[in-house]
Design a protein around this ligand. Structure first.
Ligand code: TXA
Ligand code: MG
Length: 336
């Protein structure tokens, strides 16, 4: 069980306390609208090293720097293209990470040695209050990956954070409880270092939304194929250095099977209008794609808690957040 401090009452005083811990080099796990993050002072190499240790994550995988507002972009980035500014203006605070050329402040220990940095303004009252309280201590940004052990399913509740990282946190570290995350899958990552936006990881901000705002052609690192049953699937077609793009990410302990009839003893995740066969354990029955995203990781976790060996998931159709769900399900599946 966790040795860290657990704060379920996120008052203004609690935010000041958590910000002071960040400034002192401790870790603070906090809710965002996507998933929970494991935060550290993004300008403190020693504090950031604690994130990699707690997650068991290789140090060449870059971290996202969370900032209180887009005004802070200039601290961490240089040569931000006009289209990235447009995206920031339209979708921040929100579930979108922009990869831009880094400034001198963005150290190699954040960027994994790359010349770019990932920035995001999260849309969550607790995350924003923490960022603002941290700014008052002189802090400029909070580095935060998802608060799970490397390669595992991202946590969407504080209880899931404790389950993932409880054994790896220090007594001075803090876990803030903000309830269940609204979006439920990680942010859309958009590489803005070239002439056109490149979507590195699909999320709630869809390709179409990015195209509409920027007026530019979108380069995506996955493509749609039709499997002959009228359902569209994406296949990664490019190797890129994004840890979330590794094939074996976002994986529960159970084996994940896609788009097949579940049999007795298996777990099952599908839209509500698809019935549960006898003997099958229903883990989630969302009515919409947004709800699917919100309950997906909780459903996978529940399957593991119940000790299920296999979980069947029926992929949702559509080009909205459904694309992000299919991306994560494919990665969960490819672990085995
Ligand atoms: O929704 C989210 O993005 C959550 C919340 C906590 O904000 N964060 C998150 O962080 O998912 P993480 O570290 O689990 O995934 C971020 C991904 C990683 O795959 C990382 O490799 C990639 O972003 N990334 C970060 N900086 C990058 C950069 N400069 N170039 C390319 N990829 C980068
Ligand atoms: Mg992650």
């Amino acid at each position: 069980m966790s040795q860290s401090q657990f704060l379920s009452n996120c008052t203004a005083d609690a935010m000041v306390l958590a910000a002071a811990h960040l400034a002192a080099g401790d870790l603070v796990a906090f809710p965002t609208e996507t998933v929970y993050g494991l935060g550290a002072d993004a300008s403190n190499a020693t504090a950031v090293a604690k994130i990699y240790a707690a997650k068991g994550r290789p140090s060449d995988h870059p971290l996202i720097v969370h900032i209180a507002s887009m005004d802070r972009m200039g601290d961490w980035a240089s040569d931000v293209p006009e289209y990235a500014i447009k995206l920031a203006r339209s979708f921040w605070p929100g579930p979108m990470t922009l990869i831009v050329k880094r400034s001198a402040l963005a150290g190699e220990f954040i960027t994994g040695g790359q010349s770019s940095v990932g920035l995001r303004v999260p849309d969550h009252v607790i995350a924003l209050a923490l960022l603002q309280a941290f700014e008052k201590t002189g802090g400029k940004g909070i580095a935060a990956p998802s608060a799970n052990r490397f390669g595992q399913v991202s946590p969407t509740t504080a209880a899931a954070v404790i389950e993932e990282l409880g054994d790896y946190l220090h007594p001075n570290d803090i876990v803030l409880d903000g309830g269940a995350c609204e979006v439920g899958v990680e942010s859309t990552i958009i590489d803005c270092t070239g002439d056109n936006p490149r979507i590195l990881r699909p999320g709630a901000i869809s390709d179409q939304m990015v195209a509409e705002i920027t007026g530019l052609e979108i380069i995506r690192t996955y493509r749609f194929i039709d499997d002959g049953r009228g359902i569209e699937f994406e296949e990664p077609h490019e190797e890129i250095r994004v840890s979330g793009s590794l094939e074996n990410h976002y994986a529960p302990k159970a084996k994940v099977l896609l788009d097949q009839q579940p049999i007795a003893g298996q777990g099952f995740i599908a839209m509500a209008d698809i019935a549960t066969p006898t003997g099958v354990t229903r883990l989630a029955a969302p009515a919409t794609n947004d709800e699917y995203a919100r309950v997906l990781y909780q459903g996978l976790r529940k399957g593991d808690e119940l000790g299920l060996v296999e979980i069947v998931a029926i992929q949702p159709a559509g080009e909205d957040i459904a694309a992000a769900i299919r991306d994560r399900l494919k990665k969960a599946k490819s672990k085995q």
